[in-house]
Design a protein around this ligand. Structure first.
Ligand code: CP3
Length: 339
């Protein structure tokens, strides 16, 4: 099997010769060659240049024997396309004109989104031309909740404070906001599927900041509508939930094909909690990659033993950070090839 076949089979819980492996945030600042491209440029320069985005997406593929490539982009491009300029140079993303009141919802117009995101479709098309048919290409977007957290807070700090306040004081406005974001993010995924993506992933990085009741009421309905819209493409949908231990069963109600979990719950524990054999992705704590390669390999073997090789995409439980050593990543990928 090649990587693409392996990834697609795993998404559908079909038999595989070995579980596929890729890594969330596999391209980026832990790689010295990323810094070479980044030098003298802003992050936006890379995002908006299909050539540079292609180069950076390929960097991890040259080093590691991965089964999938992920588009080089960011979840916040959709907010930027809606007129909320995103500044990445301020030590974490910051919106220049975040939410100030209900009239701001009018700013979030769908037509602008698609007209302004042509560079994403182009980067996706080039990535597919370059790595198909050997590897699967993953497209992605942010979940409505996580995008809403950035829009209402206007920055990376105090993650859900602003959005929660809006929801408790004015639930209709909050739901309307998340619905608009859900529609825009769904369009972005459909655009990527049309440009050739084999699989799409929805990143809900801030889900863990909600209690289970609020997750069910605030996060799940817009996610469900988003998944419904994207289903028409026929492309498998992975839902990443950071804080999965609190939300696993509710996340399973969204209609996605694969649940991608962080290390708040074990893969075996997740399997036992779900009512049917789900395809799962995850979930080594990326901090483990700071340990010696022998230990990393041992942990990967344990993870696959526990989860079972079928319906499993080996990955980390959350994205790699700049401090992760390349040797740790190498040991992680190699261990999957050796099981
Ligand atoms: O390799 C890949 O996975 C593809 C690229 C990718 C990026 N962002 C590039 C990036 C992906 C899939 C994302 C998703 C993303 N972006 C998420 C969800 C995943 C997660 O890690 O929870 C979130 C919450 C964001 C928002 C975001 N963008 C943050 C919080 C930051 C700053 C901190 C950080 O992690 O770097 C960014 C900037 C960003 N996105 C960089 C990269 C390579 C760093 C840009 C730079 O300064 O060079």
């Amino acid at each position: 099997m090649n990587g693409r076949e392996r990834m697609l089979a795993a998404c559908r819980s079909q038999p595989v010769d070995r579980p596929p492996v890729w890594i969330m945030r596999q391209a980026g600042r832990y790689l010295p060659e990323y810094h070479d491209v980044r030098r003298g440029r802003t992050f936006w320069d890379i995002l908006k240049s299909p050539e540079l985005a292609l180069e950076v997406a390929q960097q991890p593929l040259r080093r590691f024997d991965l089964d999938a490539a992920i588009l080089f982009s960011d979840i916040l491009v959709v907010l930027d396309a809606m007129g909320c300029e995103v500044d990445y140079e301020a030590g974490g993303p910051k919106l220049k004109n975040p939410y100030t009141g209900p009239s701001d919802l009018r700013r979030l117009t769908l037509s602008d989104v698609m007209a302004n995101l042509g560079y994403v479709a182009e980067a996706m098309g080039r990535l597919c031309e370059t790595v198909h048919p050997d590897l699967a290409v993953i497209g992605f977007a942010g979940a409505p909740l996580t995008l809403g957290a950035y829009f209402v807070n206007g920055g990376p700090k105090n993650h859900l404070r602003g959005l929660k306040a809006l929801y408790y004081r004015d639930p209709e406005v909050a739901m309307e906001l998340l619905d608009r974001l859900s529609e825009a993010a769904a369009e972005l995924l459909l655009m990527q599927a049309k440009a050739g993506a084999d699989i799409v992933q929805i990143f809900d990085s801030w889900a863990g900041y909600l209690n289970p009741e609020d997750y069910a009421e605030l996060a799940v309905p817009p996610l469900r509508r988003m998944v419904d819209r994207v289903k028409s493409s026929g492309v498998p949908i992975i839902l990443y939930i950071r804080g999965a231990a609190s939300h696993l069963e509710a996340a399973a109600l969204t209609g996605c094909d694969v649940l991608s979990i962080d290390s708040s719950i074990s893969l075996g524990g997740a399997r036992r909690r779900l009512d049917r054999p789900w395809a799962l992705q995850g979930n080594l704590d990326p901090a483990e990659l700071l340990g010696p390669p022998r230990r990393v390999a041992q942990r990967v073997r344990e993870l696959i033993d526990e989860a079972g090789a079928r319906g499993l995409i080996v990955n980390v439980g959350q994205g790699l950070t700049p401090d992760i050593p390349v040797e740790g990543v190498e040991a992680f990928v190699k261990a999957v090839h050796e099981v």
